[in-house]
Design a protein around this ligand. Sequence first.
Ligand code: TRP
Length: 315
Amino acid sequence: MKFMKTILSGIQPSGRPHIGNYFGMMKQMIDMQKEALVYALIVDYHALNSIQDAEKMREFTRDVVVDYLALGFDAEKNVLFKQSDVQEHTELAWIFDTITTMPYLMRGHAYKDAEAKGKEVSVGTFNYPMLMAADILLYSPDIIPVGQDQKQHVEFTRDTAEKFNRIYGETFKLPESLVIEDLQTVPGVDGRKMSKSYNNYISLFAEDSEIEEKVMGIVTDSSGERPENVYAIHRLLKSEEELKPIYEENIGSYKKLKEMLIEDLKAFIAPMREKRAAIAGDENRVREVLEKGAERAREVAAQKMQEVKKAIGVI
Ligand code: TRP
């Protein structure tokens, strides 16, 4: 137990997950929960940069909890909690702001993208990486499973920990990121990366009719041996060996292959969807899980914060 690894990841409460989200970070977290201590953090304060609607915030946050429980997250053993329930996150983010320069944060991809699109960048978006560094470093995790797009943020976290340690003495452990390559390569129904913003996704808890509609709409390219966009989604559910004969037998028969993918997706999604529906009606369970998670997280975060406060000389 003592040598069990600690894993932490943050999830934005931003609406319902799709299968690309699942096969990226979520599945990773679920799979690792037996051998590791897993902190699954719902980053509601991060999401404030994009969700400025109290009802939506409540609904999306609750959805994340229900989704995780439906997927089999063990909230007894592991810790599922909200960022806003643990005040040390914003407190430590402030301290990190004071040792970080503007030019350094201007290198952030998220900031640069927003700038390039001519968006007005909120201060919260600009120093988002410092809040994320606090999310991580309070819990001394070993591994951060993230998608490729978050790799830079984990690097920022390591830099910030190193900088703090250099100035104030050894305080933070440097985490490693575990980049899930598949996350980047799960294509949506139009062949681009599966993403909410492209509206090309298949929901994780989709009804059968949505599965049928989305799969039938997958864009296929007749130049290759097999319809790559169909195959890539199929590969999430079945091994190469299992798929090889099926795709060889049905060369050119895209409709048949799509029908098989539909069957496999239905078989995969239906039990999770049913489980989700059963949990979604249980308001108390969601509240209890979050309360318990917050309590456990607070204990660890408060202890780390004491160390930090001593190191910087405010106590
Ligand atoms: N930035 C991450 C995202 O947008 C979310 C996040 C916030 C996170 N804090 C974190 C991820 C800590 C891993 C660890 O997906």
